[in-house]
Ligand binder design. Sequence first.
Ligand code: BTN
Length: 243
Amino acid sequence: PDLNLAILEEVDSTNAEVVRQVGRGISGIPVAIAECQTEGRGRRGRTWSSPRGQNLYMSMGLTFHGGFSVLDGLSLVLGVAVANALEGLGASDIGLKWPNDIFLPQGKLGGILVELQGELQEGVVQVIAGIGINVHMSEVEGVNQPWSSLARAYPAVDWSRSEIAGSIINAVLDAAHLFSDVGFRDFREPWQRRDIFQGRPLEAKGGSVRGTGLGIDESGNYLLRTDEGVVPVRAGEISLRMA
Ligand code: BTN
């Protein structure tokens, strides 16, 4: 497929840039990559630290047939695509933290921000998939959780941001096709085998539900084994934390 690729020195947020590209009615699949972001966004209204020249900040515009419910599974699908791409380049043990953080044993390696842009026409939704991966990040202020980078974790690999971007774009397009064709089904096992919550004590819904991580069901809900039985947690509103 044709890509409409914008590579920028600086941008507010690559997600916002793709929204603008879509608004201009460009042809092809919009992709924006930037050296740095001045207003990098994370999930739940957080900021995403985006120092210049060190990491990958990339967004793609994707369209799906179906209603807004495609979003639930899509977050997980993108996590699997990114994990496949990074493993193909030499990152051996990528973990996924529900719903869509990219993890290494040393800490968070990257994140995915899926934003719904709207309905293009009846039954066709436009989605912006933003992907941030720590590649060469060495020092950074304002990050409040353990983190890692590809260069830190795998110093023997010569990490190239262009190569990573190319691999991730291909993996995301492949995954988006498969997801459109067969739904979430084929992604359950590849997601599950990278689940960092599996067997861990967890709490959800602000601490009102406590249990042990069981993995995901066939739609991508996270399952907790609790004293009252198995409780599914839906993507979107709730985050899980290690108890
Ligand atoms: C998260 O883990 O909270 C999601 C982080 C997503 C960061 C990426 S960087 C490229 C794209 N542009 C943004 O403003 N955010 C995403």
